[in-house]
Design a protein around this ligand. Sequence first.
Ligand code: ZN
Length: 252
Amino acid sequence: MKLVDTHCHLNLIDNKNEIINSFEKENMEFVIEVGINVENSFKTVELANSYENIYCSVGIHPNDSSNLSNKDFDTIKILAQNEKVIAIGEIGLDYYREYTSKKDQFSSFINQIQIAKELNLPLILHIREAYDDAFNILINEGLPDKLGVVHCFSADWKTAKKFLDLGFYIGIDGPITFKNNNTLVEVVKNTPIEYILPETDSPFLTPVPFRGKKNNPTYVKYVIQKIAEIKNMNIEDTSQILVENSRKIFDI
Ligand SMILES: [Zn+2]
């Protein structure tokens, strides 16, 4: 089967070169290295420019949104104009960890939605325990034409449907392979396959059978297998459609 990982953090993995070298034999079409702050976004661009099959996004994660200045947003905007940058992210709201005040998270999110609109790039959204507020901010600010993906979706089907109705894609990660994740299984069951993107968020969220160990982009195959199983589709067709979805949304 063909693999694609639309959300990883290779720069946070110690043996990243070894893993990148395994991509060809694993049939990895491409991966997207996702930025989490200004410093890390410089690294995502550098990594993407070093390998043909690595694309990247630049952005400031909600948990990294304290003490930002206009200069930080200007830097993200400049980096975003590199030709390997295919999205703004990961940006959004995270109420699970209280590193950053809501006020700072709102301001960072809104500033970066504006950048995506100006540069006509899709969004990679990180939303945790903040789906209603994130939805309202997106509606109030106005959506970028290319919309984007709700990365590592972790709410119920009712919430997924609200984002799907706007045209967003739903990112599915390792937790879909965990036992008793019925809420997420229902989301995958009901979401049209054409609107699902496979992700790892590696080195985090390692899927079964490697849960507890460090994750890497090639483990996306376990996420794809599980999506195929839930959808009652064969793995080859599923992986083909997921690659096509990933190319379409990020214009790759
Ligand atoms: Zn991430």
